[in-house]
Design a protein around this ligand. Structure first.
Ligand code: SF4
Length: 472
């Protein structure tokens, strides 16, 4: 038996002489190259598409976009890593035609062209639509939290800042006391105190700098609407991951086409609450797909009657599990009260009629009551109070219609889960476990667009083959 042995390092012609031979004919990098070549970079809004008449020649924006898309596909996202890849990765060498921009130039491209990068990501979806790869009848909506470039230690509100300042002041006072004791000891002739004095003086200076920073944060917070701020990355927000402590994060929303599995629309928000995002992302997806009617599958976090009703008015049929409050088993459940749309009344288990008696504005609900409760024999089973009140949402009709859609096709929720959850897994794997590298919402949107574009290219090639992805 012997081992497989490598070639000699001094063998001539280790690599093919032609750069094009460096990558396989069906390599993903060729799709990236062909896709960027097909783009109208001026129309997409990239800077410096036309070379300046004077000055040092710059890199073409198309080359920088190629490098970034290839990087996000290969989990090489930082500008320093991309700089290194340009000189030691064969695919990058091929893609960049041996150009080797430095990391500042690479980072500046992403920083200066966020909107254009988002437009390039959308252009790939349009390309797939034109190739007939996108179904566009049913889509699934979901969101995930992506970590911002900030430590959870930088999350602070007024209360915590005041507490930290007080603690810092106590520490300063402690060291000042120690200095006084040293002064007294030195006066008594001890010779080992100067060293401690210097150490304590350094500690006091450091604590005073810390206090100044906390005071500056306090002042900054006073001028903001938010009660809690992520210092260093103020556009990020503390967002929860289940029971884990809140982390500075952004909320990435995506709309996935059920038929193709491609992400047809996405956006990044700095609001953790999904319940207000159903309408904007659904309408945006409908616009991208250029259809009159669309079905949107989503989870209970988006089950907001007002948003669902707005979607209905736009030709968007939502299917999401309805969130129900805790039920008191000792009393009649709300489902036992039957609504009659013709008379706008509710019939209770005793056969009495509950009528509208006012608006519960905060929840956009209508109260229904009946005076018959006063003499009702079923009252102990109905309410512990003087009168039973049923709240019906103003947009309850939209929720009822949505529930009917789910009853008619119970597999919709399974389709949603299978469609929308795995792209996040792939995107998070490609983006260091779901962490952005840039600061600020604008830059983060560009990063998200690159991640989504990389996912879409990868998914499209896997699903439809490399030949279907080559622009004609
Ligand atoms: S208490 Fe009122 S609402 Fe409840 S069953 Fe009796 S009449 Fe109907």
């Amino acid at each position: 038996m012997s081992f497989i042995d490598g070639e000699s390092r001094w063998q001539i012609s280790l690599l093919p002489a032609c750069v094009d031979d460096y990558v396989a004919a069906d390599a993903l990098v060729r799709i990236v190259d062909a896709f960027v070549t097909s783009l109208d970079l001026t129309e997409l809004g990239f800077n410096r598409v036309v070379a300046a008449a004077t000055g040092r020649p710059g890199f073409q924006p198309g080359d920088m976009l190629r490098l970034y898309i290839w990087g996000y596909l290969n989990q090489v996202r930082s500008s320093r890593h991309l700089e290194r890849a340009c000189v030691r990765d064969l695919e990058a060498l091929w893609l960049m035609r041996r150009l080797a921009p430095d990391y500042r130039t690479i980072a500046a491209f992403r920083h200066d062209n966020p909107e254009a990068i988002v437009a390039a990501s959308a252009a790939f979806v349009q390309f797939c639509r034109e190739q007939g790869l996108v179904g566009g009848r049913i889509v699934a909506v979901d969101g995930t939290k992506m970590r911002a470039v900030a430590s959870p230690k930088n999350i602070a509100g007024a209360e915590r800042l005041a507490r930290d300042i007080e603690h810092t002041e106590k520490e300063v006072a402690y060291y000042l006391d120690r200095l006084d004791i040293i002064d007294e000891t030195v006066a008594q002739g001890s010779d080992d105190q100067p060293l401690h004095r210097e150490t304590f003086a350094t500690a006091i200076a450091s604590l005073k700098r810390r206090k100044d920073r906390l005071v500056r944060r306090q002042q900054e917070l006073e001028h903001r609407e938010e009660k809690v701020l992520v210092f260093g990355e103020p556009e990020a927000k503390p967002m929860g991951y289940g029971r884990a402590p809140k982390m500075p994060s952004y909320n990435l929303q995506s709309v996935v086409d059920v038929e193709s599995g491609l992400i047809v629309h996405h956006d990044v928000y700095n609001d953790a609450n999904d319940s207000h995002m159903l309408y904007p992302v659904s309408v945006a997806a409908k616009k991208v797909l250029e259809v009159d009617q669309i079905q949107v599958l989503t989870d209970g976090g988006y089950s907001n009657a007002e948003e669902i009703a707005r979607c209905e008015r736009e030709g968007i049929a939502v299917a999401a599990p309805i969130k129900r409050g805790a039920m008191n088993s000792d009393h009649f459940r709300p489902a036992q009260f039957v609504y009659d749309s013709a008379s706008d009344t509710i019939r209770c288990p005793a056969g009495e009629t509950l009528r509208p008696s006012g608006l519960h504005t905060r929840n956009r609900a209508i109260r229904y009551r009946t005076p018959a409760c006063a003499n009702c024999s079923l009252k102990p089973r109905c309410t512990p109070g003087a009168q039973r009140t049923i709240h019906r949402l103003v947009d309850q009709g939209a929720l009822d219609r949505m529930e009917a859609r789910i009853y008619a096709n119970p597999s919709l929720m399974t389709i949603r889960r299978c469609t929308v959850e795995h792209p996040f897994g792939t995107i998070k794997r490609m983006s260091g476990g779901g962490r952005f590298l840039t600061r600020g919402l604008r830059a983060v949107k560009a990063e998200a667009a690159l991640s989504i574009l990389a996912f879409n290219i990868l998914h499209a090639v896997n699903a439809f083959g490399a030949s279907a992805m080559m622009p004609s």
